[in-house]
Ligand binder design. Structure first.
Ligand code: F6P
Length: 365
């Protein structure tokens, strides 16, 4: 048996398919296997600071594994170490971490399981450094966390983007157009790369390989000569031209990472339009459709494995760690390992090479 009696959980950062599967797995395995009570803080770290929570029992987490979003709510703005309050004088930033810790203590919690991406797990690690028992679970559609092969939610986002490419193909072919699909992923090109290969894109543009419009034009012209009078381009929101910059859509000053990318699809269309005068170009921005909706079975299963493993790691006292998938095995890695840097696509890796081998262009000269 275990000395652990009560744990708190929270979901932080952008929502992501599979969050509810993780919440369910943590709650069920904690209660069924160890008799541990679980409470969930609402809206990420905000709930911890404001002592806003709900008790989680078997009934509450029943039937949620296939649902999108998070029953606990989430936030990608609230950092207890730099907590922002809107006042009449403007934004006031204070350190509310001690208030959060005192809430944890008053509730008699043994510690926290934090489900999040790099921003959320960074905060989790700061709590660990202040003496709180913390275990992390890697979440993000971007797949950009170090220390794990895959984050849950990524494969559902790829599925959505790949399906969108299938649909764009038919219009592209019927109208002899160039169709551009802009996908999410922040500073990494994982979604674009995987969806692009699976959805038979002709050009994939990712932040890890700066592109040139001339190289894209050449690829489209080459296809035209081969009788293929349409082309599909998938562009990651963080992609940028050689010597150019990422396109920023807006700033969210209250957010841990205030930059919101978006708009590179339109930029590529505009620049390509100048050198491909007779070709019609259309842009689709997939946006938050990639984050919403039901997780595919892979993410329900991975979310379940991560949730169960997080409880096991907590019971074993492996604090300051994150559960991770390595090959087909679930292991634990130090949180600092996971948050030290964003995991990017290797431009020389086998997936990029495989794509090149079947004629996909990355827009590089
Ligand atoms: O990190 C997940 C993600 O969806 C990114 O791919 C995207 O850049 C960002 O979040 C969008 O954030 P928001 O929901 O705040 O617009």
């Amino acid at each position: 048996m275990t000395k652990v009696r009560h744990i708190g959980i929270l979901t932080g950062g952008g929502d992501c398919p599979g969050l509810n599967a993780v919440i369910r797995a943590i709650t069920k395995s904690a209660i069924i296997k160890y008799g541990i009570e679980v409470i969930g803080f609402m809206d990420g770290f905000r709930g911890l600071v404001e002592n806003n929570y709900m008790a989680l029992d078997l009934r509450q987490v029943s039937g949620i594994s296939h649902t999108g979003g998070t029953i606990l709510g989430t936030s990608n703005r609230d950092n207890p170490f730099a907590f922002i309050t809107v006042t009449q004088e403007g934004l006031l930033k204070t350190d509310e971490s001690d208030r959060a810790i005192s809430n944890l203590k008053h509730l008699g919690l043994d510690g926290l399981i934090v489900i999040g991406g790099d921003g959320t797990l960074n905060i989790a690690n700061q709590f660990y450094e202040k003496g709180i028992s913390v275990v992390g679970v890697p979440k993000t559609i971007d797949n950009d966390l170090s220390g794990t092969d895959v984050t849950f939610g990524f494969n559902t986002a790829v599925n959505t983007a790949s399906e969108a490419l299938d649909r764009l193909h038919t219009t592209a072919e019927s109208h002899h157009r160039v169709m551009i699909l802009e996908v999410m992923g922040r500073y990494a090109g994982w979604i674009a790369l995987h969806a692009g290969i699976s959805g038979s894109a002709d050009v994939i543009l990712i932040p890890e390989i700066p592109f040139s419009i001339e190289a894209i034009r050449r690829k489209i012209a080459q296809r035209y000569r081969q009788g293929k009078k349409f082309s599909i381009i998938v562009v990651a929101e963080g992609a940028f031209p050689i010597g150019g910059e990422m396109v920023i859509q807006n700033y969210v000053p209250t957010s841990h990472d205030p930059i919101r990318l978006g708009g590179i699809g339109e930029k590529v269309a505009e620049d390509l339009g100048k050198v491909l005068r007779d070709v019609e170009i259309r842009v689709t921005v997939l946006g938050h459709l990639q984050r919403g909706g039901s997780p595919i079975p892979f993410d329900r299963i991975l979310g379940t494995r991560y949730g169960v493993a997080a409880v096991e790691a907590f019971v074993r006292g492996e604090y300051g760690t994150m559960v991770s998938l390595q090959g087909n095995e679930i292991k634990s890695v130090p949180l600092v390992e996971a948050i030290k840097e964003i995991r990017k696509v290797d431009p020389n890796g086998d997936l990029v090479q495989a794509a090149r081998s079947i004629g996909i262009s990355f827009g590089d000269p």
